[in-house]
Design a protein around this ligand. Sequence first.
Ligand code: NOJ
Length: 550
Amino acid sequence: MGDRWYSEAVVYCLDIDTYADSDGDGVGDIRGLIGRLDYLARLGVTCLWLHPIHPSPNKDDGYDATDFYNVDPRFGTLGDFAELLHQAQNRGIRVIIDLVVNHTSDEHPWFQSARSSPDSPYRDWYVWSDTEPDDRHQGMVFPGEQNETWSYDRTAKAWYYHRFYKFQPDLNFANPEVRAEIKKVMSFWLQLGVSGFRMDAVPFIIELTEPGNPNSPKDFEFLTEMRQHVQWRRADAVLLAEANVEPDQLPTFFGDSGSSGNRIHMLFDFMLNGRLMLALARQDPEPVIEALRDTPALPAGGQWATFLRNHDEIDLSRLTAEQRNQVYAEFGPDEDMRIYDRGIRRRLAPMLGNDRRRIELAYALQFSLRGTPVLRYGEEIGMGEDLSLPGRESIRTPMQWSFKPNAGFSTAEPEKLVRPVIDKGEFSYEKVNVTAQRRDPKSLLGWFERMIRTLREAPEIGSGATTHIDVPMPAGVLAHRADGPTGTMVFLHNLGTEDVEVDLSMLAPEADLPTDVLADRGYGEVGKLDNLKLAGYGYRWIRLCWAAKI
Ligand code: NOJ
């Protein structure tokens, strides 16, 4: 592994409250997660991203904290958390946590004090306006659920800013005390042993909000400041940011104009995510080719984090209306599968009609593209969604471990569960669970284990350069390659239904005993690369050569 561990990591994200409940109270907890670390190690995960762990009234699934220096008592204690870090480390698994500091909960003691009096020491920790701002109804992130970004607080007798829900007042990062406090929060968790942070809502953290100005200036220097701070405290810590912005703005998040890579290490690739969805919907790789071509060059050490599903909706807002409608037609045909006028609140397996070939194809493609793959819990067994739950909760149901009641997630009475388990239809826990798939070597879980192991043997994918192989291809087929100090991998993915043959003989001079290392079936010898068969929805990962002859 290279120096930068995150380039070759496999990140797995989960919510502690829906993963494994060790004490039977219906809520997943840290000890439950510790009990599942061996499962995660076997899967090949090298880094866990934990959704918010702090105490919270939970009006936005923990993205509304009341204390940044503690863990939610429903999950356990700080002692349990330290034990989790130790046990994960024993298994070679790093842990990063969600850092949600754009805002706090309105129940946070800082906000309670701030609203109570203009003289409160915390008053200026939030963003206030004495008069009603003109842009009060602009910039909402959750249309349909939120209709303003400034709300009047009767106790404070002033308007406060909240980019997200009303109960999430924004912190004022123009205030040096706030900056210092957030750095202290980061130091605290680094000292405890986390390997970094998934930073929530970064474009809004750096916003210097001015009432009445919907395009308030941004202070990118704060990102430089945070990076420096974090790196001094823990040299190998990583910042993985959520910044769903226009592509031309992305480079500034990685580093200043000198392309020095002095800000965020890794950004989620939202552009690629939307285009992957479009490519899968159209059964045409062109959008992915465009994404590879259009990606801005990254400074040294900069890295993309790729994903198919996360805990939020699939955000299609950067596609054109026509493209979005194509994705909706394929993957979100019913109104209640959609959300916020821009996205889909479903898991991948049901979106792909629970077609095993397409699920493998989609994940083989994601994991072979440049960047560090992020996998959401439950996707490795093909879990489904529960559209009867409100909003994004549809994809936040408990992990399905076994045939036991409550899917083996908890021994509590079903009505006490944090969220109901899926117990109906083809995605019911009786049909989709870890235990069943563990017994079956041909299961999706078994496939994920093999695929991740193969990925680990191909470091070019994470830390090399990925390019489209621009030669004539049958319709539906994407050919790309990854080149790194260790050698070259070549990938074929057929997004279409037709069986095809591919000619890659132009690569033969570079080849040294080319071999399929992962494929949807046994295709036989790779030979001279001139007649590579590829089934409909098929894929082949071919090791073209190792840099060193082995
Ligand atoms: C982005 C998170 O991914 C989302 O789940 C949350 O609701 C908002 N930020 C607000 O924190």
